[in-house]
Design a protein around this ligand. Structure first.
Ligand SMILES: [Zn+2]
Length: 314
C-alpha cells in the first residue's frame, strides 16, 4: 500500500519544549509527537497548539506563549522536512516539496487579556486558529469546566469578529455549550473543533452535541476526533471505540468534515495503540481497511486539507 498521509489538528508538543532538556528533533519518549515519531506515522499536516496553564496571570501566560512560538520556529519550522504554513500558498509549497505542513494554533486565549491587538500580533507571528478558552473561564468566555456556564463576553465577541476578519479558524474545543451557541449565532462561516468527540456516543462535557456537529457539517467546518480515553468511552478504551464516534459523525453527514486531533503530549491517559504519532501508521491502515481507500484517505488527510484550503488566508 502507498504511504497513507495523516493530518492531525492538535498536539501540545510546544508546551513540553519549554523544558530545555526536551528536543523536538530526537526520538525522546517524553515527547509523543517528536519529529521521528511524526515521520514514522506519515503525519503530513500537524497543528501545534500554544497552551499554557490558565491559572498563571495573563502577562505570564503571554510570556510563555511567546516562548512556545520561539520553540516552534527554532526547533520545528527550522527542520528541512517541515514547512511552517500560514497561507494556502505555503500549503501548496509544502505539498510540492513533500514537507510536513506545520501550523500554529492557540488553545485558550487567556493570554490576550481581551485584547484584539494582541490577537493581531499573534496572527502576524503565524497563529491561524484560536480556541477562546481551555476548561476555565477567562475575559472572553467560559470554558466547559466553569460552573457559571456563561457565553461570550463583549471582549469575546470582539475577538471572534477580528478572527473572522483575519480568516483565523474558530476552535470550539473546550468552550462551554453556551459559548458554542454564541459563536454559532455570531458567525455564519466555517467553524471547527480541533479535538473533541460525539456526546451522543460518550456523554462528556468536552464532547459535541449532535446539533452542534450537524451545524459544523452544514457550514462545511471540520471536527477532529480525539484519543484521550476519558473523552472516548468508559472503562478500558480501544481503537474500536474511536470508530464508534467516527461512524456517528459520518451518519450525521460528516463524511467530508471529520478527521483527527490526537491531543498527543496534552493528555494524562493513553489509548493503547494510539499513544504517539508513530502509532498513526498502523491506525491509518485500519481506517482504510474499515472505510475503504477513498473514504479512509479523506478522513485521515484530505478532509482537513480541504478545510485548510477554505480557511487559510490566500
Ligand atoms: Zn485541549
Amino acid at each position: 500500500m502507498d504511504q497513507l498521509f495523516v493530518a492531525d489538528a492538535h498536539v501540545d508538543v510546544l508546551m513540553k519544549l519549554l523544558n530545555p532538556k526536551i528536543h523536538f528533533g530526537v526520538d525522546d519518549p517524553r515527547l509523543a509527537a517528536n519529529l521521528p515519531s511524526l515521520a514514522a506515522g506519515g503525519v503530513a499536516t500537524q497543528v501545534f497548539a500554544l497552551f499554557v496553564m490558565p491559572d498563571a496571570d495573563a502577562s505570564a501566560q503571554l510570556h510563555d506563549v511567546l516562548l512556545e512560538i520561539d520553540a516552534f520556529y527554532n526547533q520545528v519550522a527550522s527542520v528541512p522536512t517541515v514547512r511552517p504554513v500560514q497561507t494556502r500558498d505555503d500549503l501548496r509549497m509544502a505539498r510540492q516539496h513533500g514537507q510536513m505542513a506545520a501550523i500554529l494554533s492557540l488553545e485558550g486565549a487567556g493570554c490576550l487579556r481581551g485584547s484584539v491587538e494582541i490577537l493581531r500580533i499573534l496572527y502576524h507571528l503565524g497563529v491561524r486558529g484560536v480556541g477562546l478558552t481551555w476548561n476555565d473561564a477567562n475575559e472572553l468566555a467560559d470554558g466547559c469546566g466553569e460552573l457559571r456556564g456563561s457565553g461570550l463576553t463583549r471582549a469575546g465577541r470582539a475577538v471572534i469578529r477580528e478572527m473572522q476578519h483575519l480568516s483565523m479558524w474558530i476552535d470550539l474545543a473546550h468552550l462551554h455549550d453556551r459559548g458554542v451557541r454564541d459563536v454559532l449565532r455570531l458567525t455564519d462561516g466555517p467553524v471547527m473543533a480541533s479535538h473533541a468527540n460525539a456526546r451522543a456516543i460518550h456523554d462528556h462535557r468536552r464532547n459535541l452535541t449532535d446539533d452542534v456537529i450537524r451545524e459544523l457539517i452544514r457550514r462545511d467546518g471540520w471536527i477532529g476526533l480525539t484519543f484521550e480515553p476519558s473523552f472516548v468511552a468508559d472503562g478500558s478504551v480501544t481503537i474500536d471505540d474511536i470508530f464508534a464516534h467516527l461512524d456517528h459523525v459520518i451518519e450525521l453527514g460528516g463524511v467530508r468534515n471529520v478527521g483527527f486531533g490526537s491531543d498527543f503530549d496534552g493528555t494524562t491517559n493513553e489509548l493503547p495503540g494510539l499513544a504517539k504519532s508513530s502509532d498513526y501508521a498502523a491506525f491509518a491502515e485500519r481506517v482504510v481497511q474499515r472505510y475503504g481507500s477513498d473514504l479512509g484517505r479523506a478522513i485521515l488527510f484530505d478532509n482537513f486539507e480541504s478545510f485548510l484550503n477554505r480557511q487559510l488566508p490566500l
